[in-house]
Write a protein that binds this ligand. Structure first.
Ligand SMILES: Nc1nc2c(ncn2[C@@H]2O[C@H](COP(=O)(O)OP(=O)(O)OP(=O)(O)O)[C@@H](O)[C@H]2O)c(=O)[nH]1
Length: 343
């Protein structure tokens, strides 16, 4: 005990102590656990569920419902959410996957992304309501932090539906484009398609998630990794839910008559790169951008609409608008679900 006290005294002489702040934050965050919501969107059959399963090494879809042909035609977008608790080295992650199966299946796909857009807005709306309520403790964050948008490997770049969908979503969610089923393309085709897709995204003004710029004092390896991520967009991915055995090794892969494809082999796909980005390196940034940019935009627009509604109401009641343009009392800005300013 006395030795502990004397070592504390020694430390006190050298430090004030705030250098331990990161440890305190770390302990608190670990105790609280983390939540992350990932959405997958894109045409049906591009391997969305398979990839998500491969990414988080857990079978999220064992009770999935397969839609029959009739349902697919009337129900353009059928949104499902799966939540699993994952624990790794004492760190708990509440991972939610929002799947949009059947997207683009219907004969008429006009505005088939509307449901996806509404879903994202609803999560913002719920969060805004919780934040404005009396009990702000333990708010559950269901906002969508990232949307993996699947692009078909069989088209020539982006399809009009991809363009429309991404443009409708890019101000609401971090879009990370992926080139699906990359095992159906040769390396040259992958390179060409990636370039074409990047050009088209720029041409059509699609704002995808931007990796943060490196600080000048960042180490060289980190800078190279960030550059590699930027150059890899859209990530060419391969998914598989089965383990294959080859040359005495077992791995997640796809077995073909002419050979095997290993999901986690960087020579075969960008799967590892994508998983590292989502899980190891950019999960917090995706959450920060959601909170600081997408949600803030939503919130600002809501408050603007509310203020407009208050002014209109006062006008309607015949009050002097110029004198009543003082900031509205906060009570009148509290969100009322029955009069959603968003809709
Ligand atoms: N060649 C190849 N096939 C894949 C890949 N990923 C998935 N598949 C296969 O594609 C089919 C559809 O996969 P799903 O994961 O159900 O596709 P989805 O996009 O979730 O489909 P919906 O739920 O209908 O939207 C399955 O037969 C998968 O085995 C891949 O990377 N390459």
């Amino acid at each position: 005990m006395s030795r502990l006290l004397s070592s504390l005294q020694d430390m006190d002489r050298e430090y004030v102590g705030f250098a331990t702040l990161p440890n305190q934050v770390h302990r608190k965050s670990v105790k609280k656990g983390f939540a992350f919501t990932l959405m997958v969107a894109g045409e049906s059959g591009l391997g969305k569920s398979t990839l998500v399963n491969s990414l988080y090494l857990t079978d999220l879809y064992n009770n999935r419902k397969v839609l029959n042909a009739e349902e697919r035609i009337v129900q353009t977008v059928f949104i499902t959410k799966h939540t699993v608790g994952i624990e790794e080295k004492g760190v708990r992650l509440r991972l939610s996957i929002v799947d949009t199966p059947g997207f683009g299946d219907a004969v008429n796909n006009t505005e088939s992304w509307k449901e996806i857009e509404d879903y994202i807005d609803q999560q913002f709306e719920q969060y805004f309501r919780d934040e404005s309520g009396l009990n702000r403790k333990n708010i559950q964050d269901n906002r969508v932090h990232c949307c993996l948008y699947f692009i078909s490997p069989f088209g020539h770049g982006l399809r009009p539906l991809d363009v429309e969908c991404m443009r409708a979503l890019h101000d609401k969610v971090n879009i990370v484009p992926v080139l699906a089923k990359a095992d159906s393309l040769t390396p040259t085709e992958v390179r060409r398609k990636k370039m074409k897709i990047r050009e088209e995204m720029e041409k059509f003004g699609i704002n995808i998630y931007q990796f943060p710029d490196c600080d000048f004092d960042e180490d060289e390896e980190f800078k190279q990794q960030e550059q590699l991520l930027k150059d890899s967009i859209p990530f060419a991915v391969i998914g598989s839910n089965i383990q294959v055995e080859s040359k005495g090794r077992k791995f997640r892969g796809r077995l073909y008559p002419w050979g095997v494809v290993e999901v986690e082999d960087p020579a075969h796909s960008d799967f590892l790169l994508l998983r590292n980005m989502l899980v190891k390196t950019h999960m917090q940034d995706l959450k920060d951008v959601t909170r600081e940019t997408h949600y803030e935009n939503y919130r600002a627009q809501c408050i603007q609409n509310m203020t407009r509604m208050v002014v209109q109401e006062r006008k309607r009641r015949g009050r002097n608008v110029t004198t009543s343009l003082k900031p509205a009392p906060f009570s009148s800005l509290v969100y009322q679900p029955s009069r959603s300013p968003w809709r």
